[in-house]
Design a protein around this ligand. Sequence first.
Ligand SMILES: [Zn+2]
Length: 326
Amino acid sequence: MSFPTDRARRLRRTAALRRLVEQTRLHPADFVLPLFVKEGLVEPRDVVSMPGVQQHSLDSLRTVAGEAVAAGVGGLIVFGIPEHKDATGTQADAEDGIVQQALRALKGDIGDETVLMADLCLCEYTDHGHCGPLTTDRSTVDNDVTLMRYASVARAQVEAGADVVAPSGMMDGQVGVIRDAIDAAGYADRAILAYASKYSSAFYGPFRDAAESAPSFGDRRTYQMNPANGDEALREVFADLDQGADAVMVKPAGAYLDVIARVSDLVDVPVAAYQVSGEYAMIEAAAAQGWIERERAITESVTSIKRAGAQTILTYWATELALSLR
Ligand SMILES: [Zn+2]
């Protein structure tokens, strides 16, 4: 009978030993909090499919943003929901559009205390719910017409105070067009966080309630990626880097940890991952049933995303996690 000399359990014996050798540590600055601001709201409104998440009025947005900043989060990313939607999403780049109002207000409140990001897409702003204007036969999104719209939205967002614009529409060429547009507008110093590998995912379901962005017909499979594809994520990432992306994102996170790991192994820019609404809703729903330990599950899910290679994590638990780490 031979007993082992190599015993991994020695370094697990006490909490102090486990802490000493812990490889992945969370920090408040790792987290970016997604925020929804809805035009015309006077009171925040609960998002039923995302317990604890709300659509905000301009006032309540400023309150929750202030709480996140006080907790030390690394950034905020703002999504707007306009009162008026149309075929081309004109409210996305209107000077008094809800997101521009929100960005100006938040920039005034928080200055450079945290990073202010703007999600850059049209699906919350179009009456058909797709991420850009449609082709003339209305069968899909017109890629190049959409690029011109994204250029204009990017200009409006940086002019309103966004430190970072984050294009999420998965149109070919979007990063290059946006880079050119904001450079030409005098904002060569503003960064682009590209939603580089964004999958056509069932885990976005609850978000569409929050952002009121469900497509009125069809789905997004002609522009978002097939969940079965890993290599294609690298193609998308390198295309965005060629076009000038300063950082890249994988979305969703939890079901795509292999993609996060592959991307972070291969690139020398910051890698972000978006822990999406469905990932949030699953843990909250199971915890509400008493089927899962809520805080441990949250921490484990987010730690795993960081362990996989994401240094920035967009998560609806950003403020709560940041507070718990203080
Ligand atoms: Zn979109």
